[in-house]
Design a protein around this ligand. Structure first.
Ligand code: SF4
Length: 398
């Protein structure tokens, strides 16, 4: 069995250079690579078309060539994606597909088209109102149009049985990753937030069968040499960051202050793997259903749904994870997050649940300043623990 350290070495390498992985895969297989933007493109469709589906990632590089193409007050993810297009870093992609989950993404789509005139950019619109009687039908229509565009691009039909096989493979991948999440919350595996990010982020890039093998090996070897968790470490939930992975050094800093991350709803985390697609029947029906179910499973502030609440979901998730506090990671200029955050704040204050907002940036982050805030936040939670213990009747275990 591949040792855990070797598995993480592979995953970390993919995360550090997604386009390098894609280039090597393309040379090895001679097949197409289809890029997509977060968060709603069903990668199963591109996989069923014989391509490598790759979710475009925010790059580490400073933004230079892309400066003139997008406003500086757009989020780091969109600016980085446009910058990568302008620098030619996305040249490995045969096509790019994206839906319209926010205004900034729409702007980025146009800028990418300008920067890559020879690359097929396929745009699809998904209904954002999630609980109308016509939502399911309209979602299916959008995915059918997307399939039509994809078939036009590859020059042949994408067969239903290929779609079902891809859906089954992706489901197995999501299930294996969710098992790691379950094991982490139950203390059956020691995984840092950085390692969990490697697991999920690499799944957005790698050949899915190859990735599945590695994750299943991680699950199988999880209980070996399990380090004892630090008893006084504060159990945290991380929330936010819809389109880009939080910088690993930020995650290290948070855990280095005396916390363990036990759950999250990050896109490069549980949000991405939360929901499986039905494996029976018409795959387009299943994808449309998946689109709706995902928003019930982990609500997204870019969608509108009257009968689910992101804040209620967060409080419930934290109860299940026995999390003692939440750190909200908000990408600077992310409008959907900024609009919704006041509701989360109000709900958490009402519930008496501690949370800390950290705004993140593409360019640079004052980690030392943030460390002070995180340390104070964790200290506050530890004091609450002390108060709770003092108020526990004698003889009861707090
Ligand atoms: S949802 Fe937020 S992070 Fe994602 S593209 Fe829109 S503004 Fe950027």
């Amino acid at each position: 069995m591949t040792p855990r350290s070797e598995i993480f070495e592979v995953l970390a390498k993919v995360c550090a250079d997604p386009m390098g992985y894609a280039r090597a895969w393309k040379t090895r297989t001679g097949r197409r690579v289809i890029g997509s933007f977060p968060m709603n493109f069903p990668s199963e469709m591109a996989h069923a078309a014989g391509a490598l589906p790759l979710i475009i990632q925010e790059a580490e590089d400073p933004i230079t060539a892309g400066h003139g193409l997008l406003f500086p007050f757009y989020c780091g993810f969109t600016r980085s994606a446009v910058d990568q297009a302008a620098k030619g870093d996305l040249a490995v992609l045969d096509a790019i597909m994206f839906g319209d989950h926010c205004v900034q993404l729409l702007g980025a789509a146009d800028a990418v088209r300008v920067a890559l005139p020879d690359t097929r950019v396929i745009f699809f619109q998904l209904i954002s109102s999630m609980c109308d009687p016509w939502t399911l039908g309209r979602s299916k229509e959008s995915f059918e149009k997307l399939r039509f565009e994809l078939e036009d691009f590859i020059g042949e039909p994408v067969r239903d049985d290929a779609m079902r096989a891809s859906i089954a493979l992706f489901n197995r991948g999501r299930q294996a990753m969710r098992e790691l999440y379950r094991m982490r919350v139950e203390g059956r595996v020691a995984l840092t937030a950085r390692e969990m990010q490697y697991v999920v982020k690499s799944s957005m890039v790698m050949d899915r069968a190859e990735h599945l093998e590695l994750v299943e090996a991680l699950v199988a070897s999880a209980s070996e040499n399990l380090p004892q968790p630090e008893k006084r470490a504060v159990r945290l939930h991380l929330s936010g960051h819809f389109c880009q992975a939080p910088k690993p050094e930020l995650l290290d800093m948070i855990e280095g202050c005396g916390a363990i991350v036990v759950g999250d709803d990050l896109y490069h985390g549980y949000r991405y793997i939360s929901t499986d697609v039905g494996e029976e029947g018409n795959p387009m029906d299943s994808l449309a259903r998946w689109y709706l179910d995902r928003n019930t499973g982990v609500p997204c502030p870019t969608r509108v749904q009257n009968d689910v609440d992101w804040d209620a979901f967060l409080l419930d998730a934290m109860r299940k994870e026995s999390a003692e506090g939440m750190i909200v990671l908000m990408a600077k200029f992310c409008e959907p997050h900024m609009y919704y955050y006041p509701e989360v704040k109000e709900a958490f204050e009402k519930a008496g649940m501690p949370h800390l907002l950290i705004e993140t940036e593409h360019e640079s982050m004052a980690l030392e300043h943030m460390r002070t805030r995180v340390e104070s936040f964790l200290e506050l939670i530890k004091r609450r623990r002390g108060v709770a213990r003092a108020n526990t009747p004698e003889g009861e275990v707090a």
